[in-house]
Design a protein around this ligand. Structure first.
Ligand code: ASP
Ligand code: MG
Length: 421
């Protein structure tokens, strides 16, 4: 049987018609290898940002439905153009949006999850020898409503398609050469990882390494889809292969360092130390689809019998979160609510830190030497995250990258602006 390869190209790879021609060449090369090819594309360049800006100019709080209606148009443009470019090269290609394929999602706007993907139409077209170009980022509910999967969601579309089609591999083509030990724009001699496990990549993605949409890694892990991140401009570089930890040959205690600069911290002060308070608080947030990241509940104060609950959220959810808390404040008998969005989460990640003492203390000592104050700490088996002031994030990343021996001799060839601090 012929193998199916799913290829995904991000916005920078399809930013203009010359770049779309380049993508067509990459696709054709895979087809010439004798594989069936399904291509997933994002919107061209900064199209989605531009659409968001127009929406915000018209309404401070546009409805989720209309937002999805608007944002899904970006990918509609790029699929048609890529299919045309492939046809112009003499290949039989056809583009489909999510509705035409049947990429079914939950009925939630702006961050829907994929429930099911119909494969009959895709298989029929592949059997006819066609190259299929599918719109990333979008889905459709059972009632025919258009949804989107959240910013950066085309990665997840690609992996979900690869899983549904039982593809040999999912190749994510982007403007960087793979997954690095940290953001090469911050640390120029960051090393490219040849391999990284799903588990590590998942933690890195959640920790703010903006290479892959976290849900794409989750899906790849769940369905054991081998995932490759590579550059669409440097084809001789095989990039980074993401696979099960049991298949990896070697792993260091720390595989990577990442900073998430889009967090906000909320402290709900003086809540009664009684059962049900945390349940009330976090279920109210969950109902509004707000994901909470770090959570810390302080030790109860004896005299007042109260404690503080601090947590972090995506800064984009801040106003929604405050609205929920305002309503809930009296019900849970809370005192002040404090907000801080000048913070960042700095994390070290590595499957090799399991059962290896001293990793956390090295991290804390390194930050202490820099005079960086740690505001919150959270850990998983393979990740340690510290919440620090936003202005300390970059120097913390640099120092941790050095102390855990992640540097390489070559300076990464990366363009692009530094993340905002
Ligand atoms: N176009 C969407 C975005 O900019 C989806 C994606 O690029 O993955 O977020
Ligand atoms: Mg992306």
């Amino acid at each position: 049987m012929r193998k199916i390869i799913v290829q995904k190209f991000g916005g920078t790879s399809v930013a203009d018609t010359d770049k779309i021609k380049n993508v067509a060449k990459v696709v054709i090369k895979e087809k010439q290898n004798g594989n069936d090819v399904v291509v997933v594309v994002s919107a061209m360049g900064h199209t989605t940002d531009h659409l968001v800006k127009m929406a915000k100019a018209l309404s401070p709080n546009p409805s989720g439905r209309e937002m999805d209606m608007l944002l899904s148009t970006g990918e509609g443009v790029s699929i048609a153009l890529l299919a045309m470019a492939l046809q112009a090269e003499g290949y039989d290609a056809v583009s489909f949006n999510a509705m035409q394929v049947g990429i079914l999602t939950e009925n939630i706007h702006s961050k829907a999850r994929i429930i099911d993907i119909k494969t009959d139409k895709l298989r029929k077209n592949l059997d006819e020898g066609k190259i299929i170009v599918v719109a990333g980022f979008q889905g459709v509910t059972e009632d025919g409503e258009i949804t989107t999967l959240g910013r950066g969601g085309s990665d997840t579309s690609a992996v979900a398609l690869a899983a549904a089609l039982n593809a040999e591999r999912c190749d994510i083509y982007t403007d960087v050469e793979g997954v690095y030990t940290t953001d090469p724009r911050v640390v120029p001699n960051a090393s490219k990882l040849d391999e990284v496990s799903y588990e590590e990549m998942l933690e890195l993605a959640h920790a703010g390494a903006n290479v892959l949409h976290p849900r794409s890694v989750e899906t790849a892990k769940q369905f054991a889809v081998p995932l490759r991140v590579r550059s669409s401009f440097k084809l001789d570089n095989l990039g980074t292969l993401i696979l099960g930890v049991e298949k990896m040959e070697l792993y260091k205690p720390v595989a990577g360092v990442a900073a998430d600069l889009t967090q906000a911290r909320i402290v709900v002060c003086d809540v009664p130390d009684t059962p049900g308070v945390a349940a009330n608080l976090f279920s109210a947030l969950a109902k509004e689809n707000i994901s909470v990241d770090m959570i810390i509940q302080s030790y109860a104060r004896k005299i007042s019998n109260t404690n503080d609950i601090a947590f972090t959220i995506d800064a984009n959810d801040l106003s929604k979160t405050l609205a929920v808390l305002e309503k809930l404040k009296d019900k849970i008998n809370a005192g002040d609510i404090k907000v801080d969005d000048e913070i960042a989460k700095v994390s070290i990640v590595g499957a090799g830190m399991i059962d290896r003492p001293g990793i956390a203390s090295t991290m804390f000592e390194t930050l202490a030497k820099l005079g960086v104050n740690i505001r919150m700490i959270s850990t998983s088996e393979i990740k340690i995250s510290c919440l620090v002031d936003k202005i300390d994030a970059q120097k913390s990343v640099k120092a941790l990258h050095t102390v855990f021996d992640l540097e390489c001799d070559v300076v990464a060839d990366v363009k692009g602006d530094l993340p905002d601090v």
